[in-house]
Design a protein around this ligand. Structure first.
Ligand code: AHM
Ligand code: MG
Length: 337
């Protein structure tokens, strides 16, 4: 029988062999994983657990909060605030940063999350997920402020997501490749199921919300038109399309079999850079995708090089198979000339 390796065991072995996962970071990752297990239980209960539907409130971005958005946010905060590994947290569901209360020891790390991404899929029983990003508090900064969080994605110490689908899968990077763990419900632990995840450089599959086509910028339209033209078109091959409307599920497919995911700027709200949030959606996904050999840009620049200016900043996103991301980015840069 092949040896089953739990997340805990994996992290300890990595720490011993390579020494690149500090003790506090290991604790942080384990606590986030434990919170994801609790969220998975609530998600699975669905109508039986009175967790579906809206909570009757809005978040800072003016979006209606679902009951599960709030439950997942609370689970992540409760699980993480007392362990001594964190200085503060920030979330899609909270306007400002959340300081670790004084009664608990203070750590060096900053944790950001989208507690339940793909909220529109909760009530219809389609895959959703938790996305997280870990930064270190800048050296020498006293206390913690929002400013401390505004570091480029390239400074992330770890990032990952947990997808609640037919299986519950935790996908993680600490900057040394991408590893997947599947939740074994009988044992209650995440078990290593794939190491060294790689995204193929080429693909015949794209993911974009096509209903926004009339609002797109010309380079996006050009790229998709060329894909749709299939074998007879300039690309000389037929493309397939998928759009789950859960970034976690779309990125999970791309990490599994390749593809390109796009949520670009469009004319519906021209003053917004995009729909997705830089700090707790785009950055962690960009880190994972790059660590798996793919690429992630805002259609012009590398996402992880962007210097954030505010916590809930939005960004245009193109990520996945390297050659396709480079093509979409090139089309945008050519237009700018
Ligand atoms: P959310 O954080 O409010 O759930 O929004 C993010 C989600 C992504 O998971 C997904 O890619 C996108 O919004 C779907 O948007 P749309 O419904 O416009 O297709
Ligand atoms: Mg989200």
């Amino acid at each position: 029988m092949t040896r089953r390796i739990s997340l805990t065991q994996y992290l300890i072995e990595q720490q011993r062999q390579h020494g690149h996962i500090p003790q506090e970071l290991r604790l942080l990752i384990e606590v986030v994983a434990r919170a994801c297990k609790r969220i998975a239980i609530s998600v699975n209960k669905g109508a039986l657990g009175d967790v579906l539907g809206t909570a009757g409130s809005e978040n800072v971005q003016g979006e209606v909060q679902k009951k599960l958005d709030i439950i997942a946010n609370e689970v992540l905060i409760e699980a993480n605030e007392w362990g001594g590994h964190l200085a503060a947290m920030a979330s899609e569901e909270m306007e400002g940063i959340y300081l670790v209360p004084n009664r608990f020891p203070q750590g060096e790390y900053l944790l950001m999350f989208d507690p339940l991404d793909g909220s529109s899929n909760i009530d219809v029983n389609v895959s959703i997920g938790t996305i997280f990003s870990v930064l270190k508090k800048p050296e020498g900064s006293k206390g913690v402020s929002e400013e401390d969080f505004l570091q480029p994605g390239s400074a992330q110490a770890a990032a990952g997501y947990c997808v609640y689908g037919p299986q519950t899968t935790l996908v993680l990077t600490v900057g040394d490749g991408v590893t997947m763990f599947t939740l074994d419900r009988e044992q209650g632990s995440f078990v290593l199921t794939q190491e060294n995840v790689r995204i193929p450089e080429d693909t015949k599959e794209f993911a974009i919300n096509m209903s926004n086509m009339r609002h797109w910028d010309a380079p996006v339209k050009r790229y998709i038109d060329e894909c749709l033209a299939g074998e007879e078109g300039p690309r000389g091959k037929n493309f397939n399309m998928r759009w789950i409307a859960s970034m976690v599920a779309d990125v999970h497919r791309i990490l599994t079999r390749g593809g390109v995911f796009m949520y670009p700027w469009d004319r519906r709200e021209p003053n917004k850079a995009g729909k997705l949030r830089l700090m707790y959606e785009a950055n962690p996904m960009a880190f994972l995708v790059e660590q798996a050999g793919g690429a992630a840009t805002n259609a012009r620049e590398r996402i992880m090089d962007l210097k954030p200016t505010k916590l809930h900043e939005r960004v245009s996103v193109v990520l996945g198979s390297r050659n396709e991301v480079e093509r979409v980015t090139r089309y945008h840069l050519e237009q700018a000339q």
